[in-house]
Design a protein. Sequence first.
Lengths: 227, 227
Amino acid sequence: MKEGRRHYGQYCGLAAALDVIGERWTLLIVRELLVAPRRYNELLANLPGIGTNLLAVRLKLLGEAEVVEQLTSDPDGRARRYRLTERGQSLRPMVLGLARWGMPLLDEPDPQDEVRPEWSLVAVEAMLGTPAAGAPEERYQFQISGKDGREEVFHLEIKEEIAMIVPGPALAPDLLAVTDAVTFVEIGAGRLDPLEAVVLGRLRLDGDSGAVLRCCRLLGLIPSAPG
Amino acid sequence: MKEGRRHYGQYCGLAAALDVIGERWTLLIVRELLVAPRRYNELLANLPGIGTNLLAVRLKLLGEAEVVEQLTSDPDGRARRYRLTERGQSLRPMVLGLARWGMPLLDEPDPQDEVRPEWSLVAVEAMLGTPAAGAPEERYQFQISGKDGREEVFHLEIKEEIAMIVPGPALAPDLLAVTDAVTFVEIGAGRLDPLEAVVLGRLRLDGDSGAVLRCCRLLGLIPSAPG
DNA sequence: CTGCATCCGCCTCGATACTG
DNA sequence: CAGTATCGAGGCGGATGCAG
């Protein structure tokens, strides 16, 4: 926090945090890396509008702050990826909290807006409010397709009353949800009822109705059962 | 999120949140209002460097986003204060989380840095990690003095295994901690041991040693008792 | 005196071009 | 593929002006 860069100059934890992760784009970079380690160009592709110079500056700063590290697995220097350090991972609850806080702000999806199926992972994790108390051990698989036809596959696994996000398909999913990224976010934002999405043909749900209800409840899409 | 202002253009909760509270100074304004409703000039005084125009712009935007509202209690229009709405209050866990995340980043206090005793309220709340399970019902009073001689008084009340921050003095505090804002933050940042601060004469603790230990444990200053 | 609005210099940001 | 260099536009910071 020396001279040169702009900083708040307050001896306060929040100000110190914002000096590191408060600048434009920084938390979105962290969001990307919360999903998985990424290459430089992957980050550029998933953060349209950032400009390559700024991404380089941010990554360097995040590296100095030990939030991000780059692992150069390949000996010839190519194929280096950026990954969150432990300290970076510890930003997860705050990032998820902000993501949840912002979801109701989402309006009609603008066709100009970017939507990536990878973000669904973070969205689902943010929606996991209530710990899955008393829920049976089961697996809900999600297949979210992007505009370019790519499909992100992950599943939610409930084990010992704890729900976990796991990349990739489940072995024997009790529920399969297939949709596109826009529909998925609209449902998460509360702008679209899951049932309505099914009727509109924008969401396909395979599984028994009990699993559907439990999954929706887990994601806060319908109120938890009273009493 | 229409044209005019700069925005991320991502259909994603986090991006939507950052479009509202991601700009410079905004979360620091929220921090100020988390402590108490404030007047325009109070905000200006507690946020050195912001520039009055920017504060006005931020407050207007926060108002439109329904994060902040102004209450004009006084009929003649004077004495209008800014206050967080319910939606603004719901940012509290994320702000506290970021404050806690940033505290270890605090280095040697720069004499140029601003330190305000009001921030101690947020700092203490951020340090309250573990719920006070099994703790006896007692009250720890804090008196944090600023450079200008003002003193912020509040106390921590443990009731039914829940710790609460309450502004103002306690009725019969089991512990009284008197210090200055810099020392307080340094202790919170883990740069200064409470015991060392007492020896240096920068912290005065009145109360029995059991209360001191329980208070320190509650604030994460010493590891919780094992087992 | 409080609560802003206006103006201006500078620094950050965003887009494009270019290099190892 | 992974950045660096450059430059125009606009956000930011500080000083000042002004109305209630």
